[in-house]
Each structure stands twice: as structure tokens, then as C-alpha cells.
Design a protein around this ligand. Sequence first.
Ligand SMILES: [Zn+2]
Length: 328
Amino acid sequence: MSAKIVEVHPGIYEIFLPLPARPTIINVYLFDCHGAWALIDTGMNLPDSLQTLEQALATLNIRIEDLDVLIGTHHHPDHFGASAEIKRRSGAQVYLHRLEQEKVARVLSMASMTQRPPEALLFFQRNGVPPANYEGMRPAFYSNGAYVPIQQPDKYLHDGDVIEVGDRRFEVVWTPGHSPGHSVIFLRDVKVMVVGDHLLPRITPHVGIYPDSTPDPLGDFINSQFKVQNYDVELVLPAHGGTFHDHRHRANQIIEHHRYREAEMLDLLKHESMTAWDVARQVWGDEERPFAQWMAATFETLAHLEHAYLEGRARKFERGDKVVFQTA
Ligand SMILES: [Zn+2]
């Protein structure tokens, strides 16, 4: 039990909460603000996760009811899924970026639909995704109760704002890319940065284009990797994987990884034009994957191709009822 909570810096605790699928753990972070308690991210709204959180807090002789502030880095189920339950029990002030609140509303409306909307089906088809039983691929969190987010936060996170809680100052750094309102939290006096999914030590977060996406999420993501490098950080607290120290090194690796991926894609597109689906199949084609993963790979590929197109390295045109790309 005590292994589920670790003090990573005086008064800053990393809590490991279970997830039903990979990645199998999300780290949420608890801050002793000396007279108040703040939590960043929530885990999913599943009994196992809430119980683990309770047990972790109990080692410090506190309860969920004692939390004063809750900050969501972004709207995803593993980060914000239990926010309504934590708010109900604690009355904590809940902070989330406005663009993430819009995403919460969109996810809840998608979850309530029995079929994908026509614009989604058109989007799949135009990007080369073959027809499939899309309704059979509904995410589990749509129906299993894992995602019960706060629909209206008490306050919005704004880039550059400082949230004062007890003797702590949480500085908001907007890092769009993985999600449009994704924000990381910087504690300047102790040089600690809570990075959510923006800067993970071993994996790169999904950055994809969907019908409701901003025009260039991958460009945003890369700019956000440069942006965090402006901060003087000694301890990086990610949502998945272990804590680490050199955020600039990791940010540069992630930028390099995406440049390599784009070069690989543009190489394939030198002599023939292809849909995002076709490019994804070639780039990741050596592995067997479930169909839903191929879709995710397609939308991640599309993020690369759109980014290359917007920066003049690729051309984009219509072929029949499909959108295809070719190296410029
Ligand atoms: Zn996420």
C-alpha cells in the first residue's frame, strides 16, 4: 500500500493509480501546501483507482474530503475521469483549461450517441480508412463509468497565471498538442514541473487530427516542446513512467522523433501520392494491430502530413473522394 505513494520532493507526493489498459498506471501528484492540499490529475472514476487514492492519502492521515484544489492537465479519462467524484466529496476548487472543458462536452456528447456522426464517417473515408464496424470500437470509458468529469470547472487555467494555494505557487504553462488545452504546472521556487502527458520519459503521447481538431496539432506540440525548455526545471513529474531530471534533453528527443517520422513519411511520398491510411500502413506495417489502433495511427500520420503541408514540405490534393499527400 505504501508503495503506491512516494514523496518525490519535500511535501510533493507521486501517487500511482491503476488503469485498465496500457499504460497501466497514471501518476497523480499531491501537494502539501501547508494548510491546504492540492491534487494534479485524478485517475479514472473506477473503484480500484479511487480506493488506491484513498489508501495513499490515508498514509498521510488525510482523505479525499480534505483536498482543497484540483487541477486537471487535460480532459482525458485517466487524467480527469474522477474529477466529479473528487469534487463531490471534497468541494475542491477545480481548474481546467477552457479548451479542455470544450473537449469534455464533446466527449460526453459522443458517448451519448449510438452511432458515429456522418461527418466522422466522411472524415474516415476521405483519409482512406476502409469501412468497418466502427460502433464495435467504442471506447470502454463511454459506458463503464470510468469517465465522470466535472463539466464546468470553477476556474479556467490560463497560460502564465499563478494559482496560489497555501504557501505554494502553481504557474500555468499552456502546452497544446496532445490535447488543445493541455497545460503543465511549474513550481518556480522548487524548480519542479508537473508535465501531464506532454513530456513522458519513455513513450511519445498520441498527437492526432480529428474532425474537431485545430489545424496543426503537431506543430503546436513541437512548439510546446520548445516552450517548456524556457523554464529552469530540476525535477520533472510525468503522468506515466518515472520522474526524471533533464526536461530539455527529453523535449529535444521528442522533437527529433517527430522529425524522423516526418522524413520517413515524405520519403514514401516522393514518387507517389497516398492517403494518411496508406502511409500509416507502410510506416507501421510490420506489426499486427487491432483496427482501432490502425485508425489512431492514421490520425497521427495525418497530423504529420498536415504539418508538412502547412510548412510547404508536402502537397495535398483530392483524388476521387480521397485526400492524398505527396512530397513537395
Ligand atoms: Zn492524455
